[in-house]
Ligand binder design. Structure first.
Ligand code: ATP
Length: 235
């Protein structure tokens, strides 16, 4: 479904990604793991069109994305729940979710069924549907960010550090929901510093260091890899 080939992304003169080649198959959940500053967010933002690429290519569903604008990528089926959630604090839960329907709202379709699906997945969002974004807990905000991305009816869901800043129990809960979304067949690319959680849901993964892929394999292989165990799993 998604493939990057020798992707280079730079911030001015500072190269953040030095030629990344990776792929995500239809229905797969793939994890990008690595330390702070490894380039995970930069790669995700390159795929969603938020960071321009310097060279290399990104193909989605057989189409080269090139310089295609972000909003057009969303219409193609790529939706991102960004790092730090970026929900709208002054809008209600339901209004935040409805904003996710922008790519298809012009067709005049009702969001009722989409809302129902998100509320089934995250019952707490349903309870809080009229509450303002700022009043939600961190875990609820993360659920809202994922729910908003789902409202776009994506075929590829990009998740940037969904466990960031959450207490362990809440992070696990968020990952339980991600597992359900994956089990329903959606293709997911998840960036995560919490390697234990990410490899528990992923089919495969890539390890990024200093803007390069240094290791790739099935989640089972990565969990057993001595370098991953030492650097990212804490044993
Ligand atoms: P984190 O987990 O901290 O988000 P990451 O693996 O997602 O880390 P990136 O945020 O992609 O890493 O950063 C990759 C490199 O690009 C780092 O060296 C970072 O300092 C640099 N970088 C990121 N954003 C910018 C920016 N807006 N301007 C300049 N340099 C940037």
């Amino acid at each position: 479904m998604l493939a990057t080939d020798n992707l280079v992304v730079a911030y001015g003169g500072s190269v953040a990604l030095h030629g990344i080649s990776m792929h995500v198959g239809s229905g797969e959940t793939v994890a990008l793991i690595g330390a702070n500053g490894a380039g995970k967010t930069t790669l995700l933002r390159g795929i969603s069109g938020l960071n321009p690429i310097r060279s290399g290519s990104i193909r989605f569903d057989g189409q080269t994305l090139g310089t295609l604008a972000s909003e057009k990528r969303v219409r193609l089926g790529i939706a991102q729940a960004p790092e730090g959630r970026r929900i709208f604090p002054g809008l209600t839960v339901e209004e935040n979710l409805i904003l996710g329907t922008t790519p298809w709202r012009r067709w005049g379709q009702s969001p009722a069924k989409d809302l129902e699906r998100v509320f089934d997945l995250f019952p707490r969002l349903k309870e809080r549907r009229t509450q303002l974004g700022w009043s939600l807990s961190g875990g609820e905000q993360q659920m809202l960010a994922i729910g908003r991305a789902l409202m776009a009816r994506p075929r590829l869901l990009l998740l940037d550090e969904p466990s960031l800043g959450l207490a362990p129990r809440l992070a696990e809960e968020v990952y339980e929901r991600i597992r359900e979304i994956a089990a329903a067949g959606l293709t997911i690319l998840v960036v995560e510093q919490n390697t234990v959680l990410a490899l528990a849901v992923a089919d495969r993964g890539y390890v990024l260091e200093n803007g390069r892929v240094v290791l790739e394999g099935s989640a089972a292989e990565l969990k057993q890899d001595a370098r991953v165990r030492e650097a990212y799993l804490g044993r």
